[in-house]
Design a protein around this ligand. Structure first.
Ligand code: FAD
Ligand code: AMP
Length: 483
């Protein structure tokens, strides 16, 4: 194999593998370096997203939702199930098989697109050289005209709750429990904490989420966050805001091990809570350990992310960085789009990426999804806006499906009517918000959506009605503003 490539990508998560495939599609001789190994010690692609992130978490969210629905909700449809059982190891195995299928799929895509996979640890040296130490310890140095760094992120550890992979776990460990913990603690009521807390709550755990911030889902539109909080409360998720964990102690032996967590509550009082398992979900940090030689020319910013400009160029010419390892939201699709942009620009195209329209989803039930700016951000920016709201309780399709909780909130500019944001908590919120994201990409006004014919009965009609409500003429609810 010649050791010179047009493009070498380090990291094959959703940022890196997409960049590699797109570069190869454009005729560039491309290699992708990946150090992740599966349980059998074999190199696998797909990064956090496919191995321990988006996909396995959704597999367990779906399994646990089906169980919970059958147990609690079928009766409302007149269906009785009798005594129900669950087999957690089978659920975990199903999840593992999905991961295997998808990670294997990336290897197939690499082959089909003629991307050279290099399994091992990559390090960027000066002059766009890449050192790869393969899984047998053999070192090779490759040259490239362009290098794309896509090394991703890892969970943040906090000294007050050190992960032991037995009683105290991070998000990866929480995807591997072989039985349902009776008492489950979660530190951090953010996206990942809510998703993993929901999985185990639905399967029967008593779940307590300890969140240091006083505000629930501070980055989301607060009307939607408050509505979500009410829904989670109804579901029995015990979310304690303003509670900062200050210590933890693992006690007992073998199966009887438990962890006593100390935290200060919102009034500053110290409390303790005992759990069988504790999941630490306090965020992720960019991962650059061992990635850069001292003379690589690539700089980090103050948060430890690789410093890049709007086009994902680093401070070293011909070296780019994308995905979780750079600024911006840590979302798989954000990294993938950066990958496409960088690959196409290397190939001489003028591709840009629209950072203003990146959908963001929390896959609880119901889902929480958002695109564009929140009402709080618009207020802070002094932008004039109108809001249209449509609650799912007024949607025929939602009622038919017994999915009455939540609402669609559409925000449009007060003068131009251009859609500035859409925030949803409710059934299929992720897919509904995507419709609005497409409309926003085309510069749509709320009126444009209002004038579009929507199929009946669909959940999408709630988006239509929220758009109509912006101008005060929704049909299926009383409008706040009449026209
Ligand atoms: P990663 O996926 O982290 O991949 C980086 C890869 O680089 C890894 O495979 C790593 O082994 C490799 N690597 C690092 N350094 C080197 C090196 N020196 N040499 C060789 N290889 C190297 N996002 C969503 O959009 N939707 C979701 O529903 C969602 N759910 C999530 C659920 C969980 C539980 C978690 C943990 C995350 C979730 N995320 C979700 C976030 C998502 O997984 C990340 O945003 C995404 O994986 C980032 O992609 P990336 O390619 O930048 O990095
Ligand atoms: P996210 O960044 O969405 O994954 O959310 C992580 C959450 O963890 C944030 O909301 C933090 O406020 C929260 N957090 C961080 N440290 C602590 C701590 N010591 N105790 C409780 N919550 C914490």
């Amino acid at each position: 194999m010649s050791s010179k490539f047009d493009v070498i990508v380090i990291g094959s998560g959703p940022a890196g593998y997409v960049a590699a495939i797109r570069a190869a599609q454009l005729g560039l001789k491309t290699a992708c370096v990946e150090k992740w190994k599966n349980k059998e010690g074999k190199g696998v692609n797909g990064g956090t997203c496919l191995n321990v992130g988006c996909i396995p978490s959704k597999a367990l969210l779906d399994s646990s939702h089906k169980y919970h629905e059958a147990k609690e909700d079928f009766k409302i449809h007149g269906i009785s199930t009798g005594k129900m059982d669950m087999d957690v190891p089978s659920m975990i195995e199903r999840k593992n098989n999905i991961v295997k299928q998808l990670t294997g799929g990336i290897a197939g895509l690499f082959q089909a697109n003629k991307v050279t996979p290099l399994y091992g640890t990559g390090k960027l040296l000066a002059g766009k050289k890449v050192q790869v130490v393969d899984n047998e310890g053999k070192e090779t140095v490759y040259e490239a005209d362009n290098v794309i760094l896509a090394s991703g992120s890892i969970p943040v550890n906090i000294p007050v709750a050190p992960v032991d992979d037995e009683v105290i776990v991070d998000s990866t460990g929480a995807l591997e429990f072989q039985e349902v913990p009776k008492r489950l603690g979660v530190i951090g009521a953010g996206v990942i904490g809510l998703e993993l807390g929901s999985v185990w709550k639905r399967l029967g755990s008593d779940v307590v989420l300890l969140e240091a911030m006083d505000t629930f889902l501070a980055m989301m539109d607060q009307q939607i966050a408050k509505e979500s909080q009410k829904i989670f409360k109804k579901q029995g998720l015990d979310i304690r805001l303003g509670c900062r964990v200050t210590g933890s102690e693992v006690k007992g032996k073998g199966k009887k091990k438990e962890v006593v967590v100390t935290y200060t509550d919102k009034d500053g009082n110290e409390s303790t809570e005992t759990f069988d398992k504790l999941i630490v979900c306090v965020g992720r940090r960019p991962y650059t350990d061992g990635l850069l030689s001292e003379d690589s020319g690539v700089k980090l910013d103050e948060r430890g992310s690789i410093y890049v400009n709007d086009l994902c160029s680093t401070s070293a010419p011909g070296v780019y960085a994308i995905g979780d390892v750079v600024r911006g939201p840590m979302l798989a699709h954000k990294g993938s789009e950066e990958g496409v942009m960088v690959a196409e620009r290397i190939a001489g195209e003028k591709t840009l990426m629209n950072y203003d329209i990146i959908p963001n989803v929390i896959y609880t039930h119901p889902e929480i999804a958002a695109v564009g700016r929140t009402e709080e951000q618009l207020k802070a920016d002094g932008e004039p806006y109108n809001v249209g709201i449509f609650p799912f309780i007024a949607s025929g399709r939602a009622l038919a499906a017994n999915e009455k909780d939540g609402m669609v909130k559409m925000i449009a500019h007060a003068e131009t009517d251009r859609i500035l944001g859409c925030h949803i908590v409710g059934p299929s919120a992720a897919d509904l918000v995507q419709q609005v994201a497409i409309a926003m990409e085309f510069g749509s006004s709320a009126e444009d959506i209002g004038m579009t014919v929507f199929g009946h009965p669909t959940l999408s009609e709630a988006v239509h009605e929220a758009a109509l409500a912006v101008a005060g003429h929704a049909i299926h609810i009383a409008n706040r503003k009449k026209r």
